[in-house]
Design a protein. Sequence first.
Length: 363
Amino acid sequence: MKIGVLGAGQLGRMMAISGYPLNHQFGFSGNSNDEPSALLGHMFALEDNADNIESLVAFADVITYESENTDVEIVRKINKDIPVYPGEKSLFTTQHRGREKALFDQLNIPCAPYQIVNTLEELQQAVSKIGPPAILKTTTEGYDGKGQFLMRSEDQIKEAFDSMNGVESILEGFVNFKRELSLIAVRGIDNDHKYYPLVENTHHDGILRLTIAPAQNIDPEVQKTAEHYMQTLLDEMDHVGVLTIELFETNDGLVVNEMAPRVHNSGHWSIEGADTSQFENHIRAITGMPLGDTSPTHTVSAMVNIIGKIGPTNIALNMANAHLHLYDKTERDNRKLGHINITANSLTELENSIQQLSDFLPN
Ligand code: AMP
């Protein structure tokens, strides 16, 4: 099939790399021919011609996207001609933190207490109910911790409000978590579901730096609970493709933070660490192919992000159990340039391998 991707970043690039062996073709819409996907398919660069979305749609049999910030109106329009997966409901819900949390509430999925805030008075009222400590976030377009203010005391109400620059925001109670986890799953057009194991994520300055897969010391009941939340969400949104949920592990169980209607950075380990990667499974799902096995290929795997600077990648190339993935991006502070996957047959082997890659990790 011909797959059109709205976006042309590293996620589209890795979708294409996994989709070619299945005999699919790819087209991308992006802002320039320099983007990470540009050489991996037909590029419909928006800077040349605003009508290029229409050309992408004319090229494609099915459309998918790389970001929850994709314009819902565009998706609605495309959907009149060809299918867009994940569908409009998944996109509309996940691009707004308030709608996402309302759905969690509706489905009895635990999340932090929250309130939508538009004015200083509303923020004062929300703080009197929820916090501090609490986090004020923009309701839309936040990523990698951007658009967030951690409020430690009531003295910071005005400062927090001003930092949002007048855009709608949401106050969330601070969750005292032990670890950050995520769950990735895929749902096919025929309603088949497959789940990857819960993974553990470590962030620095709001950016994911390290994923351990599977997360260690997870009670099977906890995996089951996470899968139950996931299944409820997949079915409610009639989701087709990969869905990711980010969770906090607390002393009182799992609390869901947010979700993304797409392949996710915390699933990159699956390229070598699982029988079928998240990218291949997303492509299989949206093209109506049977879903692939999600079992881990090794006892434990890890993903180390390459952020800002490419660094000494020969270290990884000289390791038998490390796999380098670069995205063809130029170096810039805090930019995701690539990642290194490690596969291991024991936790000790994994820890030693991560140690060898310490140049890529903060501290
Ligand atoms: P987000 O953009 O919602 O994923 O938030 C970025 C990071 O901020 C998360 O990965 C957490 O480390 C932290 N964070 C977000 N929301 C909360 C919360 N309600 N309580 C505690 N930490 C949070």
